[in-house]
Design a protein around this ligand. Sequence first.
Ligand code: DGJ
Length: 714
Amino acid sequence: MRLSFLIGLVIFFASPSIAAVFAAETTTVHIETRDQLLILSANEQGRVYYSYYGPKQDAPEKLPLLGEAYPCAGGDFVREPALRAVHADGNTSTLLVYQSQETKKIDDNITETKIHLKDAYYPFFVTLVYKAYFQENLIAASTEIRHEENAPVTIDHYASQVLPFKADSYYMTQFHGSWANEANMVEEKLTPGIKILDSKRGVRAHEMRSPFFLFSPNHAAEENQGMVYGCTLAWSGSFQFAFEVDEKNTLCVTMGANPFASQLTLEAGKTLATPEMLTVCSAAGTGPMSRDYHAWGRKYGVRDGSNVRGILLNNWEATYFNFDHDKLVKLFQGAKDAGFELFLLDDGWFANKYPRNNDKAGLGDWEHNRQKLPRGVAGLCEEAKRIGIPFGIWVEPEMVNPKSELYENHPDWVIGQPHRPLDLFRNQLILDLTNPVVKDFSYHVTADLLTQNPYIGFIKWDANRYVSNGGSFYLPPEKQTELVWRYHEALYDNMAKTAEAFPDVRMMLCSGGAGRIDYKALSYFHEFWPSDNTNPMKRIYIQWGFSHFFPAMTQAAHVTSSGDSGIKFAFDVAMSCRLGMDMDLERMSRDDFEFTKMAISEYKRIRDVVQLGGLYRLISPYESPRSSLMYVNDDKSRAILFVYQMKDDTRENKSVALQGLDPNGVYSVREINTKAPILKDSVSIRGEALMQGNMSIPLDKKATSMVLELTREK
Ligand code: DGJ
């Protein structure tokens, strides 16, 4: 961070029609990472503005005041506010002015800058917090709000960050979807007015759209060139991204928790810290942006991100609820024989009065089902240990079926409203974690299971419904609008306690697919389940979408019998992320079992490149009948190329231009993961030639694919 003092208020005409106000006699704050620079300036009245956010080399010498850094409602600002507070005396306006700033070097890589603002009249304080991760090129922005007024202040807008931009036009890409149809990319040119991407679902809030977007000024986002900003909110509750283009064609993006029905009461002396908004800007397209997110994610965003993930067999799509002890033990043996590194038992293993034989009953009653598992979870652990396969188990600790003993005993433990009929989704309700007794119960679902069965090495933590009838039977009337906020405080506390108490247990984040995928929840987990849609044709799009923000090691990709593209295609798609399988090995043909064994051993050899290497998205499934991506390890000595033919295509030109290789290196290129190679022998090609597209991938039929392993010879 640098301080500088600029002289004189300047009105500058950047174009004939646009007047820009420049910073004057004022303090500026510089926040920088490897490639990006964010500059804030205070004007003569002490109001703090963004002056620049973009690549270092493009920063202007004279700093415009683009838009206020944390615009507040009720005063002279009349658009979507970052903050709306009702002060103790009923004043509905807030006027923030600069007080001071501080910079702390957390370590060699992370610098934290705090800009302290205060209301011009009230003892009401807002601190803008920026954590700059230098090498990974990421800025985490959040806001702290507190006051010393003589009575509580109510706050109903408390954005994490606001970013103003000035350009001729603006393009935004959202990642929308629904259950089994996650992370679809749609780009649009923003028009005057306001466009809002949001969720009002409280829990499982990301079901209809993921909490991230791309934004690029003056042109559509491109993979390998042009400015692009990636933004993602590290929070699992309802969120709002508001894109407001005003009459002067300035864009203001307001990002954070959704203000909808979320009023909080802030006591004097207490601090409200908003979720972090994680942004990366790239001057060379979405490719480098994603590689920065991945590097950050592996180092700071997920647990144990420097170690590769194991390959697991999950019984969900193999058996659904229909299994028993003997069946599972056979699957353990098959998993061991095929080379899997863990067996994951999914839903359906618990409840007796109302057995969990479908999704209508039993949720909440976490005692093993005595009919299916006469020897209990302990008996399964014994068998898994005997066979030598690590064991994991599914839980959904925040939920309850009304048809359960838990609900019979504690009908007031759920989220709901008095005098309203129950609104069931997937036949279930959410437990009200704002109630400390319920929160404790929920924690012990997982903790007791792990304590009693120390052989369990993996937890899949699911959450299959959203908030409707959003009330708490625990919170007092004046705190009802705090439900979603307080729920998440309690949830994160339980997740953190679980991660701390069981540091060696790997955890998968799941919410009926990707209903809860964000970097806050992921900080307690190792990986996530991107979708219940496991058809590889659809998974190519879903994985492509999530790959913009999350590294391959976090995306659980399982081979199943969904779709009709055959086992090789399914493996080739799954092997580009964290490989697993949901199939009944006993019912598999001999050929498919043999293929599975071979694919697992191939994946074990290449997974360090896939999970820890740099991702290059080569051909988008949205733009071509084929899709392709590759991973390159740090010293460029190894790379893995995946090519998927998604539609029949008889065009002549089949070349794929690779990226990220050493141009002067000579690579031996070998087809892997096949019993019938198209490329019969390995070939040696210079990196430069490979990157110029001098290699043809002769696929033309739908649902065919190739995986190539590249090893530098010299
Ligand atoms: C939803 C998950 O996405 C599935 O993988 C499975 O775990 C089911 N829940 C179990 O109910």
